[in-house]
Design a protein. Structure first.
Length: 297
């Protein structure tokens, strides 16, 4: 997943959320069926997005996707209003039972850039997505992006993003971001590109079948003023004892940890770290307001 200029919240699997289902389209939504689409329905997400037109900044629209694997690459850039994508699910509280998958396989070398390889590239402001998995299955050899988030106030709930982003920085970009109750399985030595991010309730562990003990860094600054905190996270033994890596010349990052647990949470050997004396709240991260975030999730 790549991030450009945005403010977003990612919630892959929110713990303690009441279980409910979403098996039919909310009122007013366009509907998408990968097979068996009837009159007034669409067989691809791209077709439904095109049908929305441009709208206006005050427009509101939604798209509901029925179960299936959608073999397509989609750029969402024309609609100017608030757009929500819903995936069919019997459990809205988690990605574990998602039934909708967006799938594409292409690397950045062939596509021409990281962003151009994205399975889904969301470029508009005020974009929400619920219970949809996004996959770039290209695999080893080059960067291959699952999702590019390129807009302000984008948010994701109960979603899964799967791909191979080279050997480093599989979450990266110039963003203010909040990750809540996410699982980040890792296959090899890597790190997170840090700009301004908060990870809360994150689980960082080796992907099934892989051993990467001590091979993962919590982040490294591509810019000189990166600010990152991990709080209430489960950090396994894949975390390097130094915690943080440096990259940008003359970088003066603020790297913090607060109340984490697990074999990788020991901070005695950490580099570049500032001691955190309290947890950070959403309102401290998104200082212009949080009314765009779905606080019911």
């Amino acid at each position: 997943m790549a991030s450009q200029v945005l403010a977003l919240i990612l919630s892959f699997a929110a713990l303690g959320v009441s279980c409910s289902s979403r098996t039919s389209a909310p009122s007013g939504c366009l509907t998408v069926k990968v097979s068996g689409a009837s009159s007034g329905e669409y067989s691809s997400l791209g077709a439904a997005v095109s049908a929305l037109g441009t709208g206006s900044s005050s427009s509101t629209a939604c798209i509901f996707m029925y179960p299936g694997i959608y073999q397509e690459q989609v750029v969402i850039n024309a609609f100017k209003g608030t757009l929500t994508l819903y995936g069919y699910t019997t459990d809205t509280s988690s990605y574990a039972n998602n039934k909708v998958t967006m799938h594409h396989s292409e690397n950045a070398t062939v596509a021409g850039s990281d962003e151009a390889s994205s399975t889904v590239d969301a470029r508009g402001n005020n974009f929400r997505m619920y219970n949809i998995d996004v996959v770039n299955s290209f695999g080893v050899g080059s960067q291959a992006i699952a999702f590019t988030s390129n807009g302000n106030q984008q948010s994701f709930y109960g979603c899964g993003f799967y791909g191979y982003q080279g050997a480093a920085d599989y979450i990266f970009g110039d963003a203010t971001a909040w990750f809540e109750q996410c699982t980040a399985p890792t296959q090899r030595i890597t790190s997170v590109k840090a700009l301004s991010s908060s990870f809360r309730g994150q689980v960082i562990e080796a992907a099934p079948g892989y051993t990467v003990t001590g091979g993962v860094y919590l982040g490294r600054p591509w810019g000189v003023d990166a600010r990152v905190i991990y709080q209430y996270c489960s950090l396994s033994n894949i975390i390097n004892s130094k915690g943080w890596a440096t990259m940008a010349p003359s970088a003066v990052p603020t790297f913090m940890e607060y109340s984490n647990r697990g074999a990788g949470a020991t901070t005695t050997s950490r580099m570049y770290e500032t001691t955190a004396t309290a947890a950070v709240s959403l309102s401290e991260i998104f200082t212009s307001g949080t009314d765009w975030i779905d606080n019911t999730y």
